[in-house]
Each structure stands twice: as C-alpha cells, then as structure tokens.
Design a protein around this ligand. Structure first.
Ligand SMILES: Nc1ncnc2c1ncn2[C@@H]1O[C@H](COP(=O)(O)OP(=O)(O)O)[C@@H](O)[C@H]1O
Ligand SMILES: [Mg+2]
Length: 416
C-alpha cells in the first residue's frame, strides 16, 4: 500500500508512556538550565496535570535554605554538580532539613555504580544521570509514587474528523473492533457524539443513554457505574454512548469527560473515543488527554485546512506525545478532483498513517446490515487498509504501570 511506504513516525513511533503522576507536591532545585527546562517541560505535560510542581535554581544549597523554615514537599529533586566524593556530604546537609516522608531524587553528572549504592544507602529514592528528557522525569515521578498493586493504565485513542462526514466514526468503530480482536484486549468505544452518534446504529444494538447518565452526574462516575453502563457488542468490545436523538439539550462539561476518561483508563486496557467534529471545551480536553489522536480527512481543501489547524494545535499542546495520526479517507471518488495523498501529507505537514479508498458499495452494505466493514467486506481494499492501521494502533504490549526496570530502559545504572 502506498501509505505504508510513505509512512513515517506512525502510531508506535516515539515515546510511549502510559503513566500519570499522582496528586503531589514536587519541588526541583536545579543547577543547570538543562534540568530546569526539562523539569518545566515535564510539569507542563498532560501526565503531570495532577501534580503541583515548582522549579527553582540554586541546587542543594538553595533547597537547604528554603526548608530550614518550611516543610518539605512529597518529592524533592536536587541537582548536584559536586564531585563524586563530595556528593554524599552535600546531601547530608539536606537530610538535616528533610522530613521523613519526603522522597529525594538526585541528578548528577557521574554514571558510577559505587556512588549510586552510596546514595541509596543514604536513603535517596533515585539517582539520575544528566542529561534527562522530560519523559524520564515523568516516569521516575510516577514510578516513585506508584503503588505496587496500582491499577493498569489503559491506552486512550481519540478519533476526530477534519470535516463532518469524513468517516471518522466509521474508522473509529472498525479500529476498535479490530483492536479488541487482534490485541485480544477489552476495548470500549465511547461515542461522545451524544445526539447524532452512530455507534449503536452501526453495530445494530439498542440505543442506551449510558454515557448521558454518567456525564449528568460527574461526581458519581466510578468503575462500578461505568461497568454497569457499558454494553457488550462483540467478544471483547463494549460501547458507552449517548441516547441518540435531540429531545433535550446535550452538552458535556470538560470535567465530566475527564472523569469518564480517567475512570475507564484505570479499568480497561483500550479505550476508543469517537469525538464529534466540534471545538468545545470537552472535545479539546479529550484530545489533549488522549494517548493517541487520529484525525480523518477527505482529500479536499476544507479537510486539509482543518487538519492542519488541528495538527498544529495538538502538536503545540502535547509536545512530549506522538503527533496526531492522519488518515486520508474516501480517496479515488469518481469524477471528483482531489488532492493527491502525497500533496495532502506535504501540505498538512504530517505523514499519512492510512489511505482508505472510497468504496460506497462495501460501506453502504455494512451500514445496511448493522455490521462493521471489516466483517462485511473483509477482503476489500478499504478493509485491508483499516486492518493494517488498527493493528498498528493496537499496541499489543500490556499497557500498565509496572515497576519495570528503569535501568534497562534508559541505560542508567545496571544492577550488577
Ligand atoms: N471510505 C469510504 N467509502 C465510502 N463511504 C464511506 C467511507 N468511509 C465512511 N463512509 C461513509 O460515510 C458516511 C459518514 O461517515 P461517518 O463515519 O459518520 O463520518 P464522521 O464521523 O467523520 O462524520 C457513512 O455513511 C459511512 O458509511
Ligand atoms: Mg462522527
């Protein structure tokens, strides 16, 4: 397939970090601008939204001065340029002012096992060697607070159209089905298009207003409630959707959407969000907090302009995340002049992750039979492109906060 050849930086390129830092106070005392910048970038990341982070300069000496007069935070990160032999002594002064519950992470220049062991003996939680990337800091922070029995963190994949009717919902539903089967993981579709959502129609199941019940009372959202509201539609696939219809005003507060996402993430390994083509607080919040964002566009000018806007906005808001994934749908429509896949990718400034041909016969048959295209016309070109894309999105690794080896991941100290 053409898209596969052009494909650069796809769903599984770049960093993957399925962790969330908990509610906590964190203070960093840096010596170098490099660490201060990395700390600020980490603090601004979506995964750190619940932590309160302050970044100071002045290293260990500044930390000692500050905490002589006030209590220490949950986590203290200090940078020290001190020579190997001098570091333990410098930390002893800090220990004098540090409360017992405070965890201390030290960053330094020396990659040395003896030093590491000595610092661990002193009660330091972790020693990290500079330079450090924001994601390393986030992982360390999340891991230090992670309960050994902590719930796994699911992967949220949000789908939005660059233009209504581009096929985003259809692609989201087919991808969710394929992910649940291919990765063999419990997957939920959340149809956030409360009034006009098509998931229940397309899967041919009775409408339920489950999602509305949840977002009407955000304070009650918990795993038990969502588990009751989810409707099973295939082996490992369930659906949470709105009522379908416009008998009342339908809107969701961003906080309610966040609560749904947070709760589902803690109980399900894969969550597919089908977002309406709107730019509301709730939609933005869902896009900013998802692990992957898929933008579906048609090969025409309005889609291109909107896709470009969405891509640029999300790249700026999520600098440490995989950039949004661009899908070009309904290509090759007879007698319609269209922008070629190569030109579209170039103008949008993003690689295409899938190119799906216009195939009204197969998609129409799927809708009429209440089936997914993947089951209705599994051999069609469109189904092949969809399946390939969904499998890349699936991420078959177990998405979980496990106390996995930090050492092997970042090549810091290896345990000997
Ligand atoms: N590649 C395609 N070829 C033909 N029809 C398609 C294709 N993709 C989607 N459709 C059809 O386009 C219509 C709009 O799709 P939908 O997924 O609801 O769009 P969106 O969610 O982007 O508004 C549906 O009837 C769907 O079956
Ligand atoms: Mg839709």
């Amino acid at each position: 397939m053409q898209a596969a050849d052009e494909y650069r930086g796809g769903p599984d390129a770049g960093p993957e970090l399925a962790v969330m830092a908990p509610r906590s106070n964190i203070e960093a005392f840096c010596e170098t601008a490099a660490l201060a910048d990395a700390m600020r970038a980490a603090a601004a990341d979506r995964r750190m939204a619940r932590a309160h982070t302050q970044v100071h300069m002045g290293g260990i000496a500044a930390a000692v001065r500050r905490f002589e007069a006030q209590s220490t935070p949950n986590l203290l990160i200090v940078e020290s340029p001190a020579e190997q032999g001098a570091l333990p002594a410098a930390l002893a002064a800090l220990a004098e002012v540090c409360q017992a519950e405070t965890k201390v992470v030290v960053t330094g220049r020396f990659n040395d096992v003896e030093l590491y062991r000595e610092l661990m003996r002193q009660g330091i939680s972790e020693y990290l060697v500079m330079p450090l990337a924001p994601l390393q800091l986030i992982e360390t922070i999340a891991r230090l607070f992670a309960d050994a029995r902590a719930a796994p963190v699911g992967r949220v994949i949000a789908f939005m159209a660059a233009k209504g009717g581009a096929g985003s919902s259809t692609i989201a539903q087919n991808c969710a089905l394929e992910i649940s089967r291919y990765a063999d993981l419990e997957t939920a579709i959340v149809d956030f298009d409360l009034a006009y959502g098509t998931a229940s129609l397309n899967f041919d199941i009775d409408t339920s207003a489950g999602l509305l019940e949840a977002i009407d009372q955000p304070a009650r959202i918990d795993p038990v409630l969502l588990d009751r509201l989810l409707i099973r539609i295939d082996g490992k696939l369930s659906l949470l959707s709105g009522p379908g219809g416009i008998s009342r005003d339908l809107s969701a507060a961003p906080a309610a959407v966040e609560a749904v996402m947070l709760t589902l993430r803690a109980s399900l390994p894969r969550i597919v969000l089908d977002l309406p083509m709107m730019w509301t607080g709730a939609v933005k919040s869902a896009l900013f907090n998802a692990d992957r964002v898929v933008i579906t566009a048609e090969p025409e000018l309005a889609s291109l302009r909107n896709a470009k806007f969405i891509l640029e906005t999300l790249k700026a808001a999520r600098p440490n995340d995989v950039p949004p994934l661009l899908v070009l749908n309904k290509t090759g429509l007879a007698r319609r002049p269209e922008i070629s896949a190569a030109d579209f990718a170039k103008a949008a400034g993003a690689a295409l992750c899938a190119v799906i041909p216009h195939d009204p016969r197969s998609f129409g048959a799927a809708v009429n039979n209440g089936k997914m295209l993947l089951d209705m016309a599994p051999k069609s070109k469109a189904a092949q492109a969809l399946r390939q894309f969904a499998r890349q999105l699936a991420g078959t690794e177990k998405a979980a906060v496990r106390p996995r080896s930090f050492f092997s991941r970042f090549g810091i100290f290896r345990k000997t």
